[in-house]
Each structure stands twice: as structure tokens, then as C-alpha cells.
Design a protein. Sequence first.
Length: 739
Amino acid sequence: MLELKNVSKFYYNKGVIATGFSKVNLKLDIGEFIAITGESGSGKSTLLNVISGLDTYEEGEMYVNGKETSHYSEKDFEDFRRKYIGNIFQTFNLVNSYTVYQNIELVLLLNGYKKRKIKKKVIELIKKVDLYKFRNTKVSKLSGGQKQRVAIARALAKETPIIIADEPTGNLDKEAAESTIKLLSEIAKDKLVVIVTHNYEQIEKYVTRKITMHDGRIIEDKKIKETKSTAKANEVEYKNITKINRLRLGIRNTFNIKTKFILLFIVFLFMTSAIMAQYANSRKQKHLSDIDGSNYLFRNSSENRIVIKKKDNTPFSAENYAQIENLNNIDYIVKDDALLDNEISLTDKKYLSIYGNASSIKGFKGNIDVGRMPENDNEVIIEEYEDRYYIKELAKNLGNTTIYLMDLYTGTINEKIPMQIVGIKYMDSSLYYGNSNIYVSDNILNQMRFQINQRYSKIKILFQNKYYESNIYNPYFRIKTSENVPVGKAYVSNDLNYEVPSGSCKNKPIKIEIDNLYYKEELELKIARTYTKYNIKSLVGEEYEMNNGSIYINPEDYNKLFDKPSYQSSVFVEEVELLRDTGAELENLGYTTLIIKDTLTKSGQAQVVEIFQTIVTIFLIITLFFITYFIIKVILKSRNTYFATLRMLGATRKISKQLLIIELLIVENLAYLISVVVIILQAKQIINLSFIQTIVDYLKIKDYIILYIILIVMSYIISLKYAKKLFKNSSIKTYNGEV
Ligand code: ADP
Ligand code: MG
């Protein structure tokens, strides 16, 4: 069934040509039991490798069932081997970390057998080679003779018509050798068995033919016994290993050698945690540089803020707010957002001055660290750095410190709104905004807004056809309230008398025009009285020094000027990722939107930091890739023979590669899983490892998905790169190099 005509095999080594064997003519048939002998180096192994399709030949022609093979590709030889050949080696070439059962099972798995069929067959074979007792023993624990019997069972498993054994008894003692030969002779009946041996006497009584080689040539080819040989062999049908068995085998390989698994796991865990940490760090840097961006119009530059105005420039109605609140992704609305952008100051009139931004208690997130949440309108909480100088004192006196709003520019304290601080939340000190956040009731927020409206308004006074202007820097002509002034009237400074030719401004009209970002308003009043240094106290109850120039009006008139519905609001979104979608929805509903995040001007330094972080991340990924690859290469060096064995047993290059990929991906998935578990434990504060906290703080679900993809792709490329190196050599070269 196998025929060689003038076949020669040469080795080319650094320009030197060595002859493996030359001009061999042979015809081998089913039913023969052939011994090949000859001194060492005479070409026996080379001949067997060529016959087995493990190695190629250079000259002549080899026929299989009458067909030429000189044009065979690697794949054709693979196919030939899987249909016809079972190999047995001097060094066994078993998988030492597998049990007897698993070694025999392996060849059947690789050739597409189903699990149930495999079991029956493997047990049968194990009994046949008399190793039933050892079926679950690792091969590494067996004696040489036992190992060779496993190899024989494995060679028989596929029921190929040809068994080729290269010095199968070379590493065995006399007794083991005899039983091995006997076993081989028993299985030889309807097969072609070719055995290379040094010890012809041992095998003599079984052989049907003896071939002797010398110096690469056949010098003797002698028939010993008559046989009922047939020239044509039956092919063995085979398939590729099923998908589920690929996975099973991959899982087995992952955990099968414990030290290898632990080393791989450590390497992958190192790679995973290093990339996660750097990714989280770059997120943190980005976040810090985001909030570091500045905008001199909007003090509150939260990345989740959208400022809105109505396109028709009318004030917001309750329906408008209800409609906005119904959108997705809305966290909360600050109806009148002027306060967000204006610093306010609170004082207890003693040691305490708190500067910060006031906002609605409804927008408060998280937990109070000291004290409690407010229970009535006058109670407030502050968010503050733990190391601020007044914090210790304040924490001790929570609920007992009455504080007031103070006008930042004039220093006037508004005693009409007494407040109590009842709770403190500590700020993350790595996020340095500088200011505290003050959370107050909507009622107080409203009152604070008056102050802001006035502060940010251009106030023009028209008197006697002349305009007088007031703004925050020039408080002369400031508008103040007093219940003593009747509605529609104004009390003004005596100084105004000099502006009137008659010398008296009494009963003269005075017009107040308010002009600010959001609205214009005007109000005409009649001057009822003038005050001087001497009577101001009795008229309106205030000091002359600080207030000369102020125009006192009734609170009702004041409200007409400053108590305005909201023309501008701010929407805070839940998911910053969806900020733009929410903005687009608001535009569709008829609002002009300004996404605060887009208005921030980044400092040059922040941009450099961002670019630097990206470079560091990429550099780290590349470096880790190579570090991991080289460590894995060292760890997996011992796996070379395993993969050579797989190929020898019929696994294609592609399938061997897949098995390697499955193995490494399982380890990476485990490393990722363990990392995530540790992160969850940290998030739930079951463990306390400060270096993980950054990951907990800055990574969101989306980042975990991105990281997972990055890590899996990295592991995949590492597997491919290693596979490429692994399969560069043919399996027989790997064996020779390794053994
Ligand atoms: P045997 O099995 O009879 O001891 P081999 O078939 O191993 O002999 O070797 C036959 C000849 O081929 C020897 O001269 C040996 O040096 C040479 N040879 C075998 N393998 C290689 C190789 N990979 N590269 C170069 N020469 C080789
Ligand atoms: Mg040899």
C-alpha cells in the first residue's frame, strides 16, 4: 500500500548537505510486520518520518495506495497521517500531565469523536494494554514500560491501518521490552507494522520481514515469513474536534499543570491590574483637568450642567419645568440659576466666614458626615474640606451657630434671614474647587436671589433729566428697603436738594431703571422725604456713614423691581455621556441651551496633562504587552512538546492555535474577574486598599467594558504571536529539539 521509488532525503544545514537516506526502493503492504535494523545514524528514523508523513523527501516518489505524493502540501500530509498512521516513539511523546485515560482520549477528541463513543473505546483500549488499574494515574508517574503501553493504546485508538514505531523498546528494560513487542505483534494482524530496532533478536520470532540499513541505504530486504498481505488499505474516517470538546480541552489544559496556571494567572493579573490602574488614573487626571477649566461667567462649571433660556425670551412657567423634569436623564433643575454663579458669604458675626455657592438642598448627593439633614426652611448644610480652619469648631457647635447672609461687596449683614448649619459633608480633597457648597431650602434660595439680582443689575436713576448710575462697585444710589417708606414714595439723601434749582427735591419724581442679564424694569416714585446725618436713624433705622446716597423704598416696590420669575434655569443631567442628547431634546422643546462643559477654556497645562496621560497609557499598554508576552513565552516553553504532540495526533495548525487561545483567554478572564471582585469588595468597603480607591471612584460600567475589550484583545494578540512562534517548526523538529 506504501511504495517508495528511488526516494532520497537530504538535510541542508548551514550550507552543508547531509544525507538522511538515499535511493530507497520499498513496497510495504497491510499484514506485514517489518523490522528495520542498522547502526546508529544509518537513516532509520529519517525513513520512518518520511513514511509517516512527518517529514518531506527531496527525490524520487512515494505512492500511497498507488497515488503520487510528491506534490503533497502540508495539509495533504496531515490528511494522510490522520487517515493512515499511528506513531509510537522511543521517548513515548505522551502528555505527562494527563492521565492514562486522557492521553488516549486526546487522539479521539482531536479526530472528532463524540464524548460517549470515546469513553467506551478508551476503556476498552486501556484494558487491552492492561492498564485499567492506572487509568486515572498521571502518565508522569508510570514506568517506562507502562508509558509505552499507553503510547500503543493511543496509536491503536484511531484504528489506522499503519503503525510505525521508532525504537519503541529503546528506553525499556528487558522484561518491559518483551511485553511491548508481544503487544505490538498481537495488534499487527490486519495492519502494517513497521518497527525500528537495535535489538533484532528480541523481535525476531514475530517479524515477517527484515530490512537492514547502512549509511542511508537499504543493504538487505529479507522476507522471513509468508503473509496474507493486501496491497490496499482502508482509510480511517475522521472529523475535526467538535467545538464543545475544544472548549473542554482548553479548560483542561488551563488547570492541568498547577504551577503553570498560577504563573500565568499572576502574569495576567499583573497586566490587568496595571492597565486598570493606569486607565483609572488617566480618567482621574482628565476629570481634574475638566473641572479645572475655567469660565468667568459661570462659576458653577459642573460637567453635567446645561443652562437654558426660552427661545421666546419669556419667563419659565410651572408647566415648562414639569415638561423638562419628564425628560430622561434629568437629575434636577435649578429654576433660578443666578445663585449658582454668584459667590455668597455667610457669617456668624464672630469668627466664622463661609464663602461658597448656594444651591437647592434638592440637589444634594451623598451622605452627611457630621450632623443631620435639614428639617426646616432655615436649616442648611455645607460641603466643605475637612481641614478648613473653622470646621472643627463648627462641627462641635452644629445647630447652635446662627449665621446670616452677608453682602460680599458692602459687608451688610442681612439679619432678616437667620440660618442654622445642621450638617457637614466632607469634600474629596483631591477635587479642589476652593469654595464650599452651601445647600439651602428653596425659600432661602429665593431670598438670596434678590440680593444677586440687585448686585448684578445696572441700576439707573433718572432725576431732573439726568441719569445717575449705580453698580456693584459704586453703591451710591443703592436701592434699599424700609417699611417706613410708603408705597410709591422714596426717601432720598438730602444731597439731592442741590440738584434742584429750587433747592428742594420733595415731591419731585424719581425713576429707577433696572437692567440686568435677564430683564429690564422701571418704576417711577415720588420723593417724600430727605434724610440727613441727623435724622436717618429715626427715618429708616440705619447709619448715615454707610448708607448716604441710598434710596429707600417700600419692600413692595422693591419686589416689583427685583422679584422676577426666572428667565434662565440650569438643568443638571444624570449621565454626562448623554449630555448632548439631553441638550438636543431641550432645543427641540423650544429652549436655547448652553452646555457649560463646552464653554470651559482649558488651561494649556491641562491640555498637556491630558496628552501626556494618553501617551503614558498607550506606552504602558505596549510595554505590558511585551513584558507579558516574554514572560508567557518562558512559562509556555515546556508546552512546545504538548503542541507538537497535538499536531502529531492530528490537530491542525488552526485547532492547536485555538486551544492555545482558549487557554490564555480563560486565564485572562479569571484575572479580570478576580480584579473586579476585589474592586467590588473595595467599593463596599469590605477591604480597604487605598490604591484601588481611584479605580472605584473613576471607572464606570462603560470603562469596565472598554478595559475588558482592551485586555481580551491584548491576550488574543499575545496568543496569536506565541502560536506563530510555536508552529514555525514542524512537530518532528520540535521533538528532536526538545528531547
Ligand atoms: P538513525 O535513526 O538510523 O540513527 P537518523 O535517521 O536519525 O539515523 O539519521 C540519519 C542521518 O541523517 C544521520 O547522518 C544524521 O546525522 C542525519 N540527520 C538526521 N536528522 C538530521 C537533521 N535534523 N539535520 C541534519 N542531519 C540530520
Ligand atoms: Mg533513530
